[in-house]
Write a protein that binds this ligand. Structure first.
Ligand code: HEC
Ligand code: HEC
Ligand code: HEC
Ligand code: HEC
Ligand code: HEC
Ligand code: HEC
Length: 292
């Protein structure tokens, strides 16, 4: 079994601790109020107090965050994490943690060199290792966090363009199309949250090929790249033209999301962890009817 220091393991490990400890933090939160060891070089832009205690304001720029209800906290506020917004959550982590030492292993690479599952990886998300050849209901798979929050500790809530607009209850039009598509394609899964919202795993499978039995709809995926290299983009020769065309729309989106977005048009070459291919629009057409 691998015993790497998994930068993101706080995700699972801190859950139990957080429940008992004094300072109120959300479940699966980073540990707080410990003394930052002298060996850790904290970015001087973060206001570490003289006693080196890891209090809320070291990481969060939102005043009195510790006196707020968790759902009052605006995670899209650029000050939410100091120096934000961040494109990648890890860029924030590396303001304290050593980038090289803690390069994070990909939890989705769940198979070892012999094609056996690495059970330790399963346990980052599931409380127990499930049978790989049977179908479970979403409430039976014993996830360590609600399915719509499971990915957030390691990924941002807005990891890419359009991720945010999607995390909602579908309109009737989308609902109808999704229903129609799934009726025609029982071999595909596009799961929603228990209360009917689109979430990360609606489009993405967390498991690479070979983990789940192929006959399960949950195993169905577009995988033209190895899980550790995806996605692969190619710079398009049309990049500049398309960028110009999209500039305004991107600027508007960028303002809404509160973080910079790339103007460079990138064409997906290879995909992984997607339930259907997106590069030819299959995934999108499962829920959208485009009149072109
Ligand atoms: C070491 C840095 C650090 C410290 C110290 C810290 N936090 Fe956080 N906090 C984070 C990170 C990282 C996230 C998750 C950001 C994400 O997933 O986008 C977070 C998320 C949160 C959230 C939002 C959770 C959600 O999902 O809506 C709240 C609320 C919060 N922290 C409160 C606190 C409070 C209160 C304290 C002090 C007791 C504190 N934090 C101390 C780093 C820190
Ligand atoms: C302000 C500095 C700071 C930032 C930013 C920060 N950490 Fe930490 N982190 C710490 C300190 C201090 C510890 C305690 C480690 C120690 O004593 O060596 C720690 C411990 C950890 C641990 C080990 C937990 C344990 O139970 O042993 C993990 C995993 C971790 N951090 C992940 C992250 C991730 C992921 C992020 C980004 C989301 C992050 N950290 C951001 C300061 C920070
Ligand atoms: C990153 C989080 C994550 C990891 C790691 C993970 N899973 Fe899952 N697993 C999920 C989620 C979310 C679902 C529900 C969505 C789905 O079925 O695709 C799920 C569903 C399943 C199911 C139910 C499939 C069905 O047809 O109902 C099985 C079986 C399963 N996982 C086994 C495993 C095994 C075995 C491992 C380790 C090799 C593993 N998982 C690792 C998140 C994860
Ligand atoms: C324990 C941390 C962790 C959790 C939890 C996690 N991921 Fe990841 N994920 C990673 C890492 C590490 C990578 C590699 C790329 C990187 O560093 O950003 C990655 C990459 C990906 C990719 C890019 C494709 C690829 O092959 O690399 C997708 C898509 C993805 N994750 C989706 C999800 C979804 C959906 C969930 C929630 C069900 C989830 N992840 C939960 C750590 C995690
Ligand atoms: C509507 C479908 C959809 C939803 C919902 C969605 N994604 Fe994606 N995601 C995609 C597609 C398509 C790609 C590949 C192309 C791209 O980056 O636009 C992708 C790419 C990614 C990548 C790789 C990005 C990169 O460039 O390295 C990660 C990581 C990822 N998604 C995580 C998530 C997480 C976490 C969520 C939930 C917060 C989420 N996605 C929600 C469709 C979706
Ligand atoms: C599981 C269903 C689902 C899939 C798959 C899906 N979408 Fe969506 N999409 C939605 C929902 C739900 C909304 C929110 C608006 C609504 O309900 O009509 C949305 C909204 C959008 C919007 C914003 C439209 C607006 O009026 O603001 C765009 C753009 C979009 N989707 C593009 C895509 C693309 C591109 C893909 C493929 C990569 C994709 N969608 C895949 C369900 C889906």
């Amino acid at each position: 079994m691998r015993r790497t220091f998994l930068l993101a393991c706080w995700f699972g490990l801190q859950a139990a601790a957080a429940a008992e400890e004094k300072p109120k933090v959300p479940p699966l939160h980073h540990l707080v109020e410990v003394t930052v060891p002298e060996t850790m070089k904290v970015d001087p832009a973060l206001p570490l107090p003289a006693d080196r205690k890891l209090v809320c304001r070291v990481c969060h720029g939102i005043e009195d965050i510790d006196k707020m209800e968790f759902d009052e906290v605006d995670k899209d506020d650029p000050k939410f994490l100091r120096g934000g917004p961040y494109r990648r959550l890890t860029d924030f982590c590396f303001r304290c943690h050593d980038r090289e030492r803690h390069r994070r292993p990909n939890v989705h690479a769940m198979l070892d060199d012999n094609g056996e599952i690495i059970e330790e990886n399963c346990r980052y998300c599931h409380r127990k290792v499930l049978k790989r050849d049977r179908r479970y209901r979403l409430d039976e798979i014993e996830l360590r966090a609600p399915v719509d929050k499971l990915c957030w500790g390691c990924h941002l809530k807005t990891p890419h363009l359009n991720a945010l607009v999607h995390q909602v209850k579908p309109s009737d039009k989308v609902k109808e199309q999704r229903k129609r598509f799934l009726a025609e394609h029982p071999e595909v899964l596009l799961p929603l949250t228990a209360d009917g919202r689109v979430t990360c795993i609606t489009c993405h499978t967390p498991h690479p090929p070979g983990v789940l039995d192929e006959k399960l709809p949950a195993a169905r995926q577009a995988a033209t790249a190895e899980v550790e290299e995806a996605p692969v983009y190619a710079d398009s020769p049309w990049a500049a033209t398309i960028a110009e065309d999209k500039r305004e729309r991107l600027a508007e989106l960028s303002r809404r999301l509160g973080r910079p977005l790339d103007y460079r048009y990138r064409q997906i070459q290879k995909e992984a962890l997607l339930r259907l291919p997106a590069k030819d629009g299959q995934l999108c057409r499962a829920c959208h009817v485009f009149d072109e």
